[in-house]
Write a protein that binds this ligand. Structure first.
Ligand code: ADP
Ligand code: MG
Length: 323
């Protein structure tokens, strides 16, 4: 199964940020309220994710590192009712195939857990160890055994940029989770986990910028939209300030971003782009997230209604301030 895992790894694990994404999504799925991410050298040397979630049961631990051993789907029907972030059971085996993994986890508060060490897909040891409840996941020397893949890595700054961009958006998707992000001992992000989206936006963009935000809220038959859009005083040179979150999942969707921009520019004919952080909620059955293993892309079954709701969100928001 080694080969299959390395092939899958190419699909799931493209670069450090994809590893961070899979690990942190598992931490979210495990019900964590604190998630601490540390990376070194853009994530190529070390990616460490420590959470206080459910932990992984002893029997599930080794199993989790074999392909499609997800505990999150029990039937085909569930595939269309996805509320948790991960569901394909591909991530851990893929990551373990191309790095040196050390995973310490405990499901109890009695201080005892176990540590699993896997290098290049081979289990080196699996022993009892002192552990707090939750999971401490270290991924070292990513792509050490796939030099062709390693060659494609960009500079440390670029890889770090991808990681931090992802963590920032995930933190905005989960204001009720306290996140930290550190790179080579520098603290890049700290959120409180008190549920206040505005606090998270301030932690990401700075508190001065966050003062230039308009709270927005809209409801249609099938959708609710809630969040913040920036006043004309705070715009950006590109569209990277747009963050759309659907049922707690950060989603990059061209039609959504385009619609937000168009609505904004209808009111404000400027050559700049807003910052917008929008939480969209809907019945998961209106959503197909199973398009690609990385799960960043989705399709909607009532797209026109959703887009109309977004237009109204931006319009009503901008009407609130004197332009
Ligand atoms: P998926 O997330 O698609 O189920 P993964 O390969 O990402 O697949 O993870 C496999 C399984 O390992 C998960 O279903 C979950 O049961 C367990 N797991 C992984 N990471 C954690 C974590 N941080 N806390 C608790 N359980 C975890
Ligand atoms: Mg997962």
């Amino acid at each position: 199964d080694h080969i299959a895992n390395q092939i899958a790894a190419g699909e799931v694990v493209e670069r450090p940020s994809s590893v961070v994404k899979e690990l942190v999504e598992n931490s979210v799925d495990a019900g964590s309220t604190t998630i601490d991410v540390t990376i070194e050298e853009g994530g190529l040397q070390l990616i460490r994710v420590v959470d206080n979630g459910s932990g992984i049961e002893q029997d599930d631990c080794e199993l989790a590192f074999f392909r499609h051993a997800t505990s999150k789907i029990n039937s085909g029907k569930e595939l269309f009712q996805i509320r948790t972030l991960g569901f394909r059971g591909e991530a851990l085996p893929s990551i373990a195939a191309v790095s040196k993994v050390e995973c310490t986890t405990s499901t109890t508060k009695n201080g005892l857990g176990r540590t699993l060490i896997i290098e290049g897909g081979t289990v080196r040891s699996f022993v009892e160890a002192a552990a707090r409840q939750g999971t401490d996941f270290k991924v070292r020397e990513l792509f050490y055994n796939t030099p062709a893949r390693l060659k494609y890595m960009k500079t440390i700054q670029t890889e770090l940029g991808n990681v931090s961009d992802y963590i920032y958006r995930l933190a905005m998707a989960h204001p009720q989770i306290a996140f930290t992000l550190r790179h080579n001992d520098n603290l890049l992000l700290q959120t409180l986990g008190n549920g206040d989206l505005l606090q998270v936006i301030a932690a990401v963009y700075g508190s001065t910028s966050a003062k230039q935000l308009i709270p927005v809220q809209e409801e249609s038959l099938d959708y609710t939209v809630q969040g913040y859009v920036s006043k004309p005083e705070w715009t950006r040179a590109n569209r990277s300030g747009i963050t759309t979150i659907i049922n707690g999942r950060y989603i990059r969707n061209f039609a959504l971003a385009q619609t937000i921009l168009h609505a904004y520019h209808t009111y404000l004919p400027i050559n700049r782009y807003p910052v917008a952080v929008l939480h969209i909620t809907m019945d998961p059955s209106l959503l197909d997230v199973n398009v690609h293993p990385s799960k960043l892309e989705v399709r909607f079954s009532k797209e026109p209604e959703l887009l109309a709701c977004l237009v109204k969100t931006i319009e009503d928001g901008l009407k609130k301030v004197n332009l």
